[in-house]
Design a protein around this ligand. Sequence first.
Ligand code: FES
Length: 183
Amino acid sequence: MTSDGSGPVKGDAGFHTPVGSRRTFFNWATAGIAGLIGAGLAVPLLGYIIAPALKRRERAWVDVGGVGDVPVGEPKQLDYAMTIQDGYLETRSQKAVWAVKQADGQVTVFAPKCTHLGCGYRWAGEEKQFKCPCHGSVFGIDGQVLAGPAPRPLDRLPVKIENGRLMVVFEEFKSGSSTSEAL
Ligand code: FES
């Protein structure tokens, strides 16, 4: 070997062996193997970290009350608390929906915001209409627009009845457009 350890040496058989090239090869091989092991560990770890962030608000059925508590033909506001999972964040929030039960037991559930600009509306029992206090939109018991600037009927939520409980999937909708688009 030369004095700096990188040059060729003369072996027993008199051949010159490329010691520097062999060392370089082992260095690269070691780095390659370490890289593969690192990648093998990093991929599942990244998946574990990123997956919750990618998993945006999950749609889930929420119990909003007993179906027997909703009188036939008289809309009722149902208040309930729900947990919202948004990426890593889990928040508990108060929600409300409007439920309308028909004589045959079918129930329609409306999202609680006016379709004009998103104000909360109320049921005016004497007039049998939903009324929005902000700009005067009026909706029938079936959610259809009767008056005012609302561009579409009230938004309906998916609903089902399970063991006497009213289950809904809560969604929020874009206000101001003529079609119902979930946010
Ligand atoms: S927000 Fe209801 S009428 Fe404007």
